[in-house]
Design a protein around this ligand. Structure first.
Ligand SMILES: *[C@@H]1O[C@H](CO)[C@@H](O)[C@H](O)[C@H]1NC(C)=O
Ligand SMILES: *[C@@H]1O[C@H](CO)[C@@H](O)[C@H](O)[C@H]1NC(C)=O
Ligand SMILES: *[C@@H]1O[C@H](CO)[C@@H](O)[C@H](O)[C@H]1NC(C)=O
Ligand SMILES: *[C@@H]1O[C@H](CO)[C@@H](O)[C@H](O)[C@H]1NC(C)=O
Ligand SMILES: *[C@@H]1O[C@H](CO)[C@@H](O)[C@H](O)[C@H]1NC(C)=O
Ligand SMILES: *[C@@H]1O[C@H](CO)[C@@H](O)[C@H](O)[C@H]1NC(C)=O
Ligand SMILES: *[C@@H]1O[C@H](CO)[C@@H](O)[C@H](O)[C@H]1NC(C)=O
Ligand SMILES: *[C@@H]1O[C@H](CO)[C@@H](O)[C@H](O)[C@H]1NC(C)=O
Ligand SMILES: CC(=O)N[C@H]1CO[C@H](CO)[C@@H](O)[C@@H]1O
Length: 291
C-alpha cells in the first residue's frame, strides 16, 4: 500500500471515528428552529414540515422555546392530537424552554392547551423509528443509473428523502458498457474530476453495501457524464439501536465499499471507541513501516 493511501485511510478513519463519537451523543432539537413554539402564521403544516427534516433517535431532546404565558406545551395522546382535544393532556409545561427527552422508540404528540392554538397548527407529531431490516435502494428508482435528462439535481432529488443506514445497500442498474460507477472523494465529486477515483465498477447491477458512516460520493468516469448530472451524494447514519462498524479487517481492505464487502459487525458505542483506538494503532504501525 502506498504511503499516500495510508494517509488517506488515516484521514478517513479519524473522520469516521469522529462521526461515530458524534452519533453516541443525544441531539438537542430546537422545535421550529428560530421560529420556536408558537402558532405558525399562515402555515398550519409548519411543524409537520419541520419534523420531516429530522431523523429522531432515542435519547434526543426536543427543546420548546416560547413566550411564557402566551404558550405552553403539552404531551397528548394520538387521539387528542388528531382531535385537538386538550382537556386531559399527559403532561403540560408552562415554562420555556421546556425540554422533552425522546426516551423510547414510538410516536410522540405535542400541542398547546391554549384556546384554538392546536386548531391553528401549533401541534407536533414525532416518530422515533425502531430498528428495521437493511434496505436495497435502487439508485434513481425507475430512472436507473444514466445521464439524467433533467440534468444536475436528479440524483440529489432521489436521495433527498431517503434514510441510509449502515448495512443498507445501494444498487446501480445500467446497460453494461454504457456506464460505470465510480466511487470518488467529495472534492472529486464537486469538481467532477473523474481521473481520480477510489474505485470503479463496470458490471450492472453494481451493489454497494454501505458500511461506513458519513458521506459517500458516486459518479461516472465516462466523458461529461458527471457534469451532465450523473452524480450521487449520500449520507449514511447509524440506526438507533446501536452503532455498527467495520471490523478492522474490513476497514483495512481497499474494497470495503465494494459489492463484495461482507456484512457489518455489531458494535456498541464503547466498542466503537475501542475500535477507533485500535485503528489508530494499526495506522501508526503502517506509517512507521512505510516511512
Ligand atoms: C427563544 O425565543 C426568544 C424570543 O423568541 C429568543 O430571544 C431566544 O433566543 C430563544 N431561545 C433559544 C434558546 O432559542
Ligand atoms: C376529550 O377527551 C376527554 C378525555 O381525555 C373526553 O372525556 C372528552 O369527551 C373528549 N372531548 C371530545 C370533544 O371528544
Ligand atoms: C433545555 O435545553 C437547553 C439546551 O440544551 C438548555 O440550554 C436549557 O437549560 C434546558 N432547559 C431546562 C429547563 O432543562
Ligand atoms: C440496527 O442495529 C442493531 C444492533 O446493532 C442490529 O441488530 C440491526 O440489524 C440494525 N438494523 C439495521 C437496519 O441496520
Ligand atoms: C438485497 O439484495 C441482496 C442481493 O441481491 C439479497 O440477498 C437481499 O435479500 C436483498 N435484501 C432485501 C431486503 O431485499
Ligand atoms: C485530474 O485532472 C485535473 C484537471 O482536469 C488535474 O488538475 C488533476 O491534477 C488530475 N488529477 C490526477 C490525480 O491526475
Ligand atoms: C453485465 O455483465 C455481467 C457480467 O458479464 C452480467 O452478469 C450481467 O448480467 C450484465 N448486466 C446486464 C444489465 O446486462
Ligand atoms: C451530510 O450531513 C452533513 C451534516 O448534517 C451535511 O453537512 C452534509 O451536507 C450532508 N451531505 C450530503 C451529501 O447530504
Ligand atoms: C411536554 C413536556 O415538555 N413535558 C415535560 C414537562 O416537564 C416535566 C418535568 O418537569 C417532564 O417530565 C415532562 O416530560
Amino acid at each position: 500500500m502506498a504511503f499516500s493511501n495510508i494517509v488517506k485511510l488515516a484521514t478517513l478513519y479519524l473522520a469516521v471515528c469522529a462521526l461515530l463519537h458524534k452519533t453516541d451523543a443525544e441531539e438537542v432539537y430546537d422545535v421550529g428552529d428560530d421560529f420556536g413554539w408558537a402558532i405558525p402564521l399562515g402555515d398550519p403544516l409548519f411543524y409537520d414540515a419541520w419534523a420531516s427534516l429530522h431523523y429522531f433517535e432515542v435519547g434526543d431532546i426536543l427543546s420548546f422555546n416560547f413566550t411564557n404565558g402566551e404558550q405552553d406545551v403539552a404531551r397528548v395522546t394520538k387521539e387528542a392530537y388528531l382531535n385537538c382535544n386538550t382537556t386531559n393532556p399527559i403532561s403540560v409545561n408552562k415554562t420555556s424552554p421546556a425540554n422533552f427527552t425522546l426516551d423510547a422508540v414510538g410516536d410522540y404528540y405535542f400541542t398547546s392547551t391554549l384556546d384554538k392554538h392546536c386548531l391553528k397548527g401549533q401541534k407536533l407529531a414525532i416518530n422515533v423509528p425502531g430498528p428495521r431490516e437493511p434496505f436495497n435502494y435502487t439508485v434513481g428508482g425507475t430512472l436507473g443509473w444514466v445521464v439524467p435528462l433533467t440534468g444536475e439535481g436528479a440524483y440529489e432529488a432521489w436521495a433527498y428523502d431517503k434514510l441510509f443506514l449502515i448495512g443498507d445497500s445501494i444498487v446501480f442498474y445500467y446497460k453494461n458498457g454504457t456506464q460505470d460507477v465510480a466511487v470518488v472523494t467529495k472534492e472529486a465529486y464537486e469538481k467532477c474530476e473523474t481521473n481520480n477515483t477510489v474505485a470503479i465498477y463496470t458490471t450492472s447491477p453494481t451493489r454497494i453495501i454501505l458500511n461506513t458512516i458519513g458521506e459517500h460520493f458516486f459518479t461516472s468516469t465516462y466523458k461529461d457524464h458527471c457534469a451532465l448530472g450523473q452524480k450521487l451524494a449520500i449520507n449514511v447514519t447509524v440506526n438507533n439501536s446501536g452503532a455498527t462498524a467495520l471490523s478492522p479487517e474490513e476497514a483495512l481492505s481497499p474494497t470495503n465499499l465494494g459489492p463484495s464487502a461482507s456484512t457489518n459487525a455489531p458494535a456498541t458505542s464503547s466498542t466503537s471507541k475501542v475500535f477507533c483506538g485500535y485503528m489508530v494503532t494499526i495506522l501508526s504501525m503502517g506509517l512507521g513501516f512505510f516511512i
